[in-house]
Design a protein around this ligand. Structure first.
Ligand SMILES: Cc1cc2nc3c(=O)[nH]c(=O)nc-3n(C[C@H](O)[C@H](O)[C@H](O)COP(=O)(O)OP(=O)(O)OC[C@H]3O[C@@H](n4cnc5c(N)ncnc54)[C@H](O)[C@@H]3O)c2cc1C
Length: 442
């Protein structure tokens, strides 16, 4: 039997990884009657960072049949985002509802071990055959076309699974990105993060209770996320340039405590709280893949690209890329076309959307102030909020860039594009790593 001929037991599609991207693509494919097998190397629930959702996730969650489950969940409702500047001044909240009076303007602060399990179980309910504790060791190729995967289960037993399309949703480990050396490191966004969880830290009340607060450090070197979760827990992390945060600064605990100590807006909020976990850390250099797809394979979520977490866009991008890839796969399988052009036809539009969010991220690191901008251009507050909610895949938001440039200080130029090149000697040393407190697995 040729590798291209599928046996009855073969799935149409194999998905590598059961994070939000993998669950999304597989659910949408199964909804269209395709046979999908998903392999996830961990047993869920497992820890993951990425806890704050943004409103545009609503539309994908709706397609997935997840909305009712989210509404019934105990996840904290998020209506807005707020910024604290280096001087400690709190901006007015950016209420998503003011911009879009629709229920999509309320989103959630999730605990990812719970959210990812809900998403994976939802995929199963839609007919996806999802296996946990099964690692994909490699993608199998025949004449340049991906034709299957080699898997290993918890007992070490290996076998091959053939499929017409392979979706890589393996997150930052980027199975195919590594295999084909497709990763391009962002030349600008080289950050690290250290975080922990607090019980009983300060919480606003009413509709501000679930707001994400982005708190700039007084030195302007970095920022804190402040994400209120259920059970009276708040996730508080600091993000800053990698060298500044980690070089010559001791343990993650020392770094974290120093940064909190230097930042009154955080120090005061956690002063009466109890720390309930150890310290987590990550090198989170932003990157993207040179290609979104090849013959018989496609990359989604962090397996395609990772963008600095400033505006909490990661899960949205995982969901949207999963959705766009699913639509391209369904169409491709109907016309028997699994070429790179077909499976990756959504890539240019997706990249443009990521570019918009990336630009806003870079502008913030280069001194952009939401407060000042909105004071100078009040008519553009809605468009900035569109970006913050993740309405990225449309050019209507591009009206903000020229006004933004008009208030640049002398000599400042727009941020370099993501693919403008990282010096090879720097790129060679980059690797994204996650450090967990003892006893936790990823
Ligand atoms: C510090 C930090 C803060 C962040 N904050 C936010 C935030 O507030 N909001 C937000 O939306 N995003 C945030 N993110 C981003 C978010 O974590 C990711 O973008 C998101 O998890 C991507 O989902 P994914 O499904 O692509 O990958 P993942 O969630 O990483 O899922 C990939 C899955 O693949 C599995 N896997 C890997 N290799 C294999 C293999 N060989 N075989 C089988 N399975 C495999 C892994 O076990 C994992 O479960 C943050 C990221 C960082 C680093």
């Amino acid at each position: 039997m040729s590798a291209h001929t599928s046996r009855n037991s073969d799935p149409d599609v194999v998905v590598i990884g059961g994070g939000p991207a993998g669950s999304t693509v597989s659910t949408l494919l199964a909804q269209q009657g395709l046979r999908v097998q998903l392999f996830e190397r961990e047993k869920f629930p497992r820890f993951h960072i990425g806890e704050s959702l943004i409103p545009e996730t609503y539309w994908v969650l709706e397609r997935l049949g997840m909305l009712e489950k989210m509404k019934k969940s105990h996840f904290v409702k998020k209506f807005s985002v707020q910024f604290v500047n280096a001087a400690g001044k709190l901006s007015a909240p950016f209420y998503f509802w003011d911009n879009k009076p629709h229920e999509c303007s309320q989103t959630w602060q999730v605990v990812r071990s719970e959210f990812d399990t809900m998403m994976l179980n939802n995929a199963r309910e839609h007919g996806v055959e999802a296996h946990e504790g099964v690692r994909v060791l490699d993608v199998l190729f025949d004449g340049g076309r991906a034709v299957g995967v080699k898997i290993q289960n918890v007992d070490g037993i290996m076998r091959e699974v053939r499929a017409k399309v392979i979706v890589d949703a393996s997150g930052q480990s980027g199975l195919l990105q590594n295999k084909f050396k497709l990763r391009l490191w962002d030349p600008v966004l080289n950050k690290g993060a250290v975080w922990t969880y607090w019980e009983g830290a300060y919480r606003d009340t009413g509709r501000d209770e679930g707001a994400t607060i982005v708190i700039q450090t007084p030195s302007k070197q970095g920022w804190f996320w402040y994400i209120p979760q259920h059970d009276n827990i708040v996730s508080v992390g600091v993000v800053a340039p990698f060298d500044y945060l980690f070089k010559g600064r001791g343990s993650h605990e020392q770094i974290y405590c120093e940064e909190v100590d230097r930042c009154p807006a955080v120090r005061d909020r956690v002063a009466d709280a109890k720390r309930v976990t150890g310290y987590f850390a990550t090198k989170d250099y932003s990157y993207r893949s040179k290609e979104v797809a090849g013959h018989g394979w496609v990359l989604i979520g962090d397996a395609f690209g990772f963008l600095d977490p400033l505006y909490s866009s990661g899960v949205l991008l995982a969901l949207r890329s999963g959705e766009m890839a699913a639509d391209a796969i369904v169409e491709g399988l109907k016309k028997n076309d699994v070429s790179a052009a077909q499976l990756g036809k959504w890539g240019p539009c997706f990249n443009q959307g990521v570019d918009r969010m990336r630009r806003l991220v870079c502008e913030y690191y280069e001194g952009f102030s939401f407060g000042n901008f909105v004071r100078s251009f009040p008519q553009l507050k809605g468009k900035v909020t569109d970006l913050l909610i993740g309405d990225l895949f449309t050019d209507k938001v591009d009206v903000v860039w020229q006004p933004m440039e008009s208030i640049y200080p002398p000599g400042k130029t727009p941020p370099k594009p993501w693919d403008s090149g990282t010096p090879p000697e720097i790129a060679a040393n980059k690797v994204n790593e996650l450090y967990l407190p003892e006893g936790l697995r990823p």
